[in-house]
Design a protein around this ligand. Structure first.
Ligand code: M6R
Length: 614
C-alpha cells in the first residue's frame, strides 16, 4: 500500500528525513512519490514525481533543496487514477490552505466530489485523496473552525478507510492526523515529532511510538503530540517502545511477508468488495464499463491466466457456470495463443493477473483482441500493461504483494470473480433481487470468517511440523474443491519444495493411486455437500493403500473424523464461496512447512514475483 511520513521539528531540515522515511517504506510497493515542506510561515513547496523515489530525490537534491522543518511525504500505490505526477500526493486545496497525504480508499468520493463541485471546487486529479483534502478545506472555511474540528466534520462524511496527514496554512510547524481502518503511528523524539503509516519509516529516529486508534486525530508540533476523539475531546495515550529490528518492522512484526499478507486477506477481500458494492447493497460495475447490455449479450466466457490466477479461473468456472449458465472455458495463458483459439465474436475473454504484466497473459489478451473479442482484465496493479490494454478492467484491491507466493491477491481475485458471476446472473434474470441480496450478505461475512481461520493457525503449524519431511503430498477434491486443491498444491510445492499434486478425486484411480504407499499424505477438500460422500469414498480408497488422510470440510461434517486422521473445519458459507475459506489452511500449511524446513519463504528458489518473459 501507500506510505506516509511526516515530521516537524524546531530546527532540523524535514525533507531529507522524509525521504529517508519513504525509502524505508519502499518495500510496500509504489508507483509515484511526493513531498510538501514548509519553511516557517511561508507557503509549502510541493514536489511530486512518477516512478522510483530516486526521481524525487534527484529533483530535490536528496531533500536539501527544500528548506523548512515541517513536512509530509508519501509513496503512492495507485487505486483511483493512473500512476502519474498529477495523481501523486501530496494533494492541495486551490489556495494551499490545506495540503495532505492519504492512505486508504474513500468509498463515497464521487458523491463528495459532486457536493464540492456544487460549491465551486475544481479538481485537477482523479484521486479520492484530492476530494478528502478539499472536503477538509470546505469545512474549515464554512464553519470557521480549527483544524481538529474541520477534520472531525470530514471524518463524519467520509465512508471508507483513511490515514490522513494534513498541514494547514494558518498553522505553520504543525501536522494534523486522522485515522480510520488504515494504520497510522506517531513517534516522539528530542529532535521533533513524526507521523508514519508504518514503524520502519521512523525507526532510525525514534522507538517511542503511539498507535492511533480508529477515528482518532492528532496534532503534532515540534515539542508535543495531542490526541483527540471525534468529539474533539483530548485522549490520553501511552507510548509503546518498539523492540523489533528494522527488518522485522518492515514486515509489521511478522516473520515473513507471506504471513503478513495472509493476515491482510480479510482487508483485501473487504476492499475489493467495497469497491463495487453501492450504499444500497447492489453490485455496481459501472467503473468497469460493463453495461447491462454487454452483460446480457455475452454468449461464452474464456478465462485466461497463469499460476494461481489460473486457479482462480478454475474456481470461477464452477461459480460462473452454476450461477449464469454461460459456458466457461479456462485456459492457461501460455497455451491459449498457440492453439489457434476459436472464440465467438459475442464472447468475453477474462484475463486474471495480479501484476498485470505476466508475459503470457498479456500475449493472450492481445490475441483475444486481435480476434475481435471483448476483453476484461481482473488486475491488481493499476496502470499495468494488461489494465491499459484490456477493454474493461475490474481492479482487485489487495495492495502490493511482496511474497512471491500469492495469498491476498489470489483471495481478492476470487472475490472479484464471485461478484462478476453474481452480477451477470442478476442482470440475466437468473438471480432475483432477494437471492442476490442474500449472497451479498454472505459475501460480506467472509472477511471475519477468514480472520477466524487465521486465528487458528497454530493447529496447522503443529500438523506441518509432523510432515516437514514428507516427499510427496496429494490433494484431492471434486468440483470447486478440485480448484481449491490446485492452489493448495501450488502453495505447498512453490515454497516448501515438497512434491505435490492436485487431482480431481475421481481421477486418482486412473493411474496416480499407484503412487500411494504407507504414510503418504493425502489431503481431501470436501466443502461441497453434494460431492462430499464421493470424495470421502476416494479417501477411503487411499486409506486402504496406507495413505495418511487429512480433510478440510465445513463445520457440521464431524463424521469426517471417522475417515480422516486430521480434520480442519471451515465456517459454513454459500457453496460458491468456499474457495475463499478453504484456501486459508492450505496457505498456512505451505507456509509452515517451508518454515519448518528452514527455507526462504518469501523468495523461493528459481521463482520471480512477476513473470515478464514467456
Ligand atoms: O501476476 P500474475 O497474477 O499474472 O501472476 C501469475 C502467476 O505467475 C502467479 O500466480 C504465480 O503462480 C504465483 N507465484 C503463485 O503463488
Amino acid at each position: 500500500m501507500c506510505g506516509i511520513v511526516g515530521f516537524t521539528s524546531e530546527s532540523m531540515q524535514a525533507a531529507p528525513v522524509l525521504l529517508q522515511g519513504l525509502a524505508k517504506l519502499e518495500y510496500r510497493g509504489y508507483d509515484s512519490a511526493g513531498l510538501a515542506v514548509r519553511d516557517g510561515s511561508q507557503d509549502p513547496v510541493v514536489v511530486r514525481a512518477k516512478g522510483r523515489l530516486q526521481v524525487l530525490e534527484e529533483k530535490t537534491n536528496g531533500g536539501l533543496s527544500l528548506p523548512g522543518s515541517c513536512g509530509i511525504g508519501h509513496t503512492r500505490w495507485a487505486t483511483h487514477g493512473e500512476p502519474s505526477e498529477r495523481n501523486a500526493h501530496p494533494h492541495i486545496s486551490e489556495d494551499l490552505n490545506v495540503i495532505g497525504v492519504h492512505n486508504g480508499i474513500i468509498e463515497n468520493f464521487s458523491e463528495l466530489k459532486e457536493k464540492l463541485q456544487r460549491h465551486d471546487y475544481h479538481f485537477y486529479s482523479e484521486t479520492d485523496t484530492e476530494v478528502a483534502i478539499k472536503l477538509v478545506d470546505y469545512y474549515y472555511k464554512k464553519y470557521k473552525v480549527g483544524p481538529i474540528d474541520a477534520l472531525a466534520k470530514s471524518m463524519v462524511r467520509i465512508r471508507g478507510s483513511y490515514a490522513l496527514a494534513v498541514m494547514f496554512r494558518d498553522f505553520p510547524g504543525e501536522i494534523y492526523v486522522a485515522r480510520k481502518d488504515s494504520p497510522m503511528i506517531v513517534g516522539v523524539s528530542s529532535a521533533g515529532t513524526f507521523v508514519a503509516s508504518d514503524v520502519p519509516a521512523i525507526l532510525q529516529y525514534t522507538r517511542s511510538v503511539y498507535y492511533m486508534e480508529n477515528l482518532e486525530m492528532a496534532r503534532l508540533t515540534p515539542e508535543q503530540v495531542t490526541f483527540y476523539d471525534l468529539n474533539g475531546d483530548v485522549v490520553e495515550k501511552e507510548t509503546t517502545q518498539i523492540e523489533w529490528d528494522a527488518e522485522s518492522a518492515e514486515k509489521g512484526g511478522y516473520e515473513h511477508f507471506m504471513m503478513k499478507e495472509i493476515h491482510e486477506q480479510p482487508k483485501a477481500i473487504q476492499d475489493t468488495m467495497n469497491s463495487v458494492l453501492s450504499a444500497e447493497g447492489r453490485i455496481d460495475l459501472s467503473a468497469t464499463g460493463l453495461t447491462d447490455e454487454i452483460v446480457r449479450d455475452v454468449s461464452e466466457i474464456t478465462i485466461v491466466a497463469c499460476g494461481s490466477a489460473w486457479h482462480v479461473g478454475m474456481a470461477a468456472q464452477y461459480v460462473f457456470e452454476d450461477l449464469t449458465r454461460i459456458p466457461v472455458r479456462v485456459e492457461l495463458a501460455s497455451e491459449f495463443r498457440y492453439r489457434k483459439p476459436i472464440l465467438k465474436p459475442d464472447g468475453l475473454v477474462i484475463v486474471i493477473s495480479q501484476s498485470g504484466e505476466t508475459a503470457d497473459s498479456l500475449a493472450a489478451l492481445r490475441e483475444a483482441k486481435k480476434l475481435g473479442v471483448r476483453t476484461l482484465g481482473v488486475i491488481n496493479v493499476l496502470g499495468s500493461s494488461i489494465a491499459r490494454e484490456a477493454d474493461h478492467v475490474f481492479y482487485t484491491l489487495a495492495g502490493p504483494e511482496i511474497a512471491v507466493a500469492t495469498t491476498k491477491a489470489y483471495s481478492a481475485q476470487l472475490i472479484a470473480m464471485d461478484l462478476l458471476a453474481m452480477h451477470f446472473a442478476h442482470v440475466r434474470g437468473l438471480l432475483d433481487d432477494d437471492a442476490l441480496a442474500a449472497m451479498i450478505a454472505e459475501l460480506q461475512s467472509l472477511p471475519s470468517k477468514v480472520e477466524q481461520l487465521i486465528e487458528n493457525k497454530e493447529r496447522i503449524q503443529w500438523f506441518a511440523s509432523k510432515f516437514s519431511n514428507a516427499r510427496d503430498v496429494f490433494f484431492i477434491g471434486r468440483g470447486l474443491d478440485y480448484a481449491i486443491c490446485l492452489e493448495g498444491s501450488l502453495k505447498m510445492k512453490e515454497i516448501s519444495y515438497i512434491h505435490s499434486e492436485a487431482y480431481a478425486a475421481g481421477e486418482l484411480k486412473h493411474g496416480t493411486i499407484s503412487l500411494i504407499e504407507d504414510g503418504v499424505l493425502v489431503i481431501g477438500v470436501m466443502t461441497q455437500n453434494e460431492l462430499y460422500e464421493k470424495t470421502v469414498s476416494n479417501l477411503v480408497e487411499v486409506r486402504s493403500r496406507g495413505g495418511y488422510l487429512a480433510g478440510i470440510t465445513s463445520y457440521g461434517h464431524y463424521e469426517a473424523e471417522d475417515t480422516v486422521q486430521f480434520t480442519v473445519y471451515v465456517p459454513k458459507t454459500d457453496p460458491h464461496f468456499y474457495a475463499t475459506l478453504a484456501v486459508v489452511p492450505l496457505q498456512l500449511l505451505g507456509y509452515y512447512l517451508a518454515v519448518a524446513r528452514g527455507l526462504d519463504v518469501d523468495k523461493p528458489r528459481n521463482l520471480a514475483k512477476s513473470v515478464t518473459v514467456e
